[in-house]
Design a protein around this ligand. Structure first.
Ligand code: GLA
Length: 735
């Protein structure tokens, strides 16, 4: 029996209503075939036409070509998608350069189809469905009648999630070649109100701060022009009401499923109307589209919640874990690793690493990760990227010998690659200097002494693929950390003519995705972890190929509180790897206790990144206990429901909590950052519990009602130390 429709078309009103038990999204066809936005938010039963865009003659807002209705202007109505040159002076979602050189286009409704399920996006990562029943997709085709350029706008609504996904395909149905100069994946206009926008800016070793600001007149742009998602601005934003908090109020999360340049435009026009768009950055973008060809823009995931930012993050995290991440490790418990990077950097050989492996085994760790420096003749970051064969001097008996040793200890073996890069001092460069992104006759710009391969070229991808295959087929490897330690510059491909150089950065991403698809399919048992100098490519696109990512090169516990807090706004905890490193910390110089470093790292996918052999016996004992404890709480942390409680950027405290999938177990992490003389007593309140159930504090035995934990809260013990931490565990009392 087929389930009720999720998308209905009202022929009389010419409106589409996408709905499930939680949300509604309503759009309509206005005069002239213009697609108008009507409503997005909490579910409504039926739409009765009350939001039809009001009409008013507003000076200097022109009217529809050929019409003398002065009250109808594309410049002032709420729209779904707009193009430059159609009389709408706000930020256009797309710009096309026609064959006559003009940038005019007027897209109007042509037809629509409603299909069960969700079609794949060719060559791009996207949310998926497992059965045709769990979602429906509306495809609305708009056409520019003069050029016969078509836009297929796709909207998918899931049955049991407050999620709509959107994407756009452009089809050149005409006879002339055109250039796409901008093509956002989605745009939406919202009525005037009191909205704010949250973005996640940062920098290397300082990623994803929660930045919240009013949306005032003009246009605010959040973007990356770096060829990748970037540390500097994540490709996620949230639109919230002024009153929205972590626990209450409405929030719309917009997440671009893409790993390259991106741009989010958020504007407020003179009449208070908001326009928001998101997609590939139009900076240095120019895509040539010949007749009969099409261009697919990446997907945007839209999540609506009326239960505050936590509700939004939980819905998004659930979708990302269950319908974006794929493969064997998608929902598997992730191994606790020790990584040798902050322990040895590149100064190691097999003999130096062996005692680390032995200690890892004794302490109960589950995987040893060999980081940068095992290949070519790499002793520092000046050489060898592109030469993916073992460094004989460091592993005289070969890599397999080391891998076998690790496996004999009962540990898994992981290894680091940086496949998209090339060093000038490499055999790859000596043989194929043309593989590098580089503008003819110009000196290329180095970063960390390295350069970027042109991943848009097939032969480049094949070369790297074959080299990696050689390693993977000759040595048992359980995990790969895929790194990328610089941004793109010198944007030019030897493979493309002058009028297609504006395609280089998107072709790079498409080529990169193709290689990831091939490798992850060929080696399905490997657990892949993304990385780009920490969290420089922490995005939803990567999660489609790799279920986890190194959150930041900053391993300082206090800095990580903020970084992980911000990251959790848009990504599931199961995707955030976090390691205990030495104190004083190598990035900040800060001293923190092993206990607090453990508590922060245990709030994600846990591991260690320090020289275990240098620890005292007491420290080793503490580490053993941390590992045993994490093994107990691991399913709750990695796949429970996560809620943020206190933002460390706003107060002297940080707190967050997890409730197990079966709702029986609760783990709460609480931190006080700086110690104070005569402090106020601190009350901690929880969230997301069952109000009518009682919970027992596992440590003290005290029983408290779920309602009490959420409303009265409880006093925390006063501690007189900087960077103090406390982990509480509660369990539901069976009746
Ligand atoms: C990046 C990563 C680190 C480490 C180094 C190795 O910075 O984020 O974890 O792998 O590269 O060069």
């Amino acid at each position: 029996m087929s389930k009720a429709d999720l998308i209905t078309f009202d022929d009389k009103q010419q409106t589409f209503h996408l709905h499930n038990d939680q949300i509604s999204y309503v759009l309509g066809i206005e005069d002239g075939g213009v697609l108008a936005h009507l409503y997005y938010g909490q579910r409504i039963n039926h739409y009765h036409g009350q939001l039809k865009n009001p009409r008013l003659d507003r000076g200097f807002s022109g009217n529809l070509p050929g019409s003398d209705d002065r009250t109808y202007s594309l410049d002032t109505i709420l729209r779904e998608y707009s193009s430059a040159g159609d009389g709408d002076y706000r930020e256009p979602a797309m710009i096309v350069r026609q064959s006559d050189g003009s940038r005019s286009a007027m897209f109007s409704y042509d037809k629509h189809t409603i299909i069960n399920g969700k079609p794949k996006l060719n060559g791009l990562p996207a949310a998926y469905t497992q059965t045709k029943d769990e979602a429906q997709t509306l495809v609305i085709e708009l056409v520019d009648k003069v050029s016969q350029l078509k836009l297929a706008l796709s909207y998918t609504i899931y049955r049991n999630r407050p999620v709509v996904t959107r994407s756009v395909q452009v089809i050149n149905g005409g006879t002339e070649t055109v250039h796409l100069e901008k093509i956002a994946s989605m745009a939406i206009d919202l009525p005037a109100g009191d909205k704010q926008v949250i973005s996640l800016p940062g920098a290397h070793v300082n990623e994803r701060h929660v930045d919240r600001q009013d949306i005032s007149f003009g246009t605010k742009v959040f973007q990356s022009r770096r060829g990748t998602t970037s540390h500097h601005m994540n490709n996620f934003i949230a639109l919230v009401d002024c009153q929205t908090t972590e626990q209450e109020g409405s929030a719309i999360g917009l997440s671009l499923v893409y790993s390259g340049n991106h741009k989010e435009e958020v504007s407020k026009d003179p009449f208070g109307t908001y326009r928001i768009s998101m997609g590939i950055n139009d900076d240095q973008f120019d895509w040539l589209l010949v007749p009969n060809d099409s261009f697919q823009a990446p997907e945007v995931i839209m999540t609506y919640s009326n239960k505050g930012l936590n509700g939004m993050s939980q819905a998004l995290a659930d979708l990302l874990q269950n319908r974006v991440a794929r493969g064997k490790h998608q929902k598997a418990l992730r191994p606790i690793v020790v990584n040798n990077w902050e322990a040895t950097f590149m100064d190691f050989d097999e003999a130096r690493l062996q005692p680390l492996v032995d200690d890892a085994k004794d302490l109960g760790l589950e995987m040893f990760v060999l980081d940068d420096g095992w290949f070519g003749h790499r002793d520092n970051d000046d050489s060898s990227l592109g030469d993916w064969h073992v460094y004989q001097q460091k592993f005289p008996k070969g890599l397999q010998h080391f891998s076998d040793y690790i496996h004999q200890q009962g540990l898994k073996f992981g290894i680091w690659f940086e496949p998209e890069m090339i060093s000038i001092d490499s055999d790859l460069y000596r043989q194929h200097p043309e593989y590098m992104l580089r503008v003819p006759n110009r000196e290329p710009s180095p970063a960390r002494s390295q350069f970027v391969l042109d991943m848009g070229r097939k032969e480049v991808r094949e070369n790297i693929h074959q080299q990696m295959k050689q390693v993977l087929d000759n040595c048992p490897i359980d995990y790969i950390k895929w790194d990328m330690n610089r941004n793109l510059s010198d944007i030019y491909s030897n493979d493309l003519p002058a009028d297609q150089q504006g395609e280089v950065m998107h072709r790079y991403v498409l080529g990169f995705y193709e290689l990831l698809e091939e490798l992850t399919t060929e080696y399905p048992d490997i657990l892949w972890e993304g990385c780009s100098g920490g969290g420089g490519r922490f995005d939803t696109g990567m999660l489609y190929y790799m279920p986890q990512s190194w959150t930041s090169d900053n391993t300082d516990a206090v800095a990580r509180m903020q970084i992980q807090y911000g990251t959790s706004l848009a990504y599931p905890i199961s995707s955030m790897t976090s390691h205990v490193s030495v104190s004083p910390n190598q990035q900040t110089g800060r001293f923190t206790s092993l206990k607090t470093r453990g508590a922060v790292a245990m709030s994600g996918v846990f591991g260690y990144e320090l020289d275990l052999t240098q620890m005292t016996e007491d420290e080793k004992q503490a580490v053993k206990e941390q590992i045993a404890f994490y093994k107990e709480i691991r399913p709750i942390i990695q796949y429970g429901k996560f809620s943020r409680l206190i933002n460390p950027e706003e107060t002297n405290f940080a707190a967050w909590m997890f409730v197990s999938e079966n709702q029986q177990d609760v783990v709460v992490f609480s931190f006080k950052i700086l110690s104070e003389a005569q402090p106020a007593y601190h009350v901690l309140k929880l969230t997301g519990l069952m109000p009518n159930k009682e919970y027992q504090n596992i440590e003290t035995g005290q029983i408290i009602g779920g309602d009490e934990l959420m409303t009265t809260g409880f006093y925390e013990e006063v501690s007189f130390e900087d960077f103090a931490s406390k982990i509480y565990r509660f369990r539901i009392v069976e009746e």
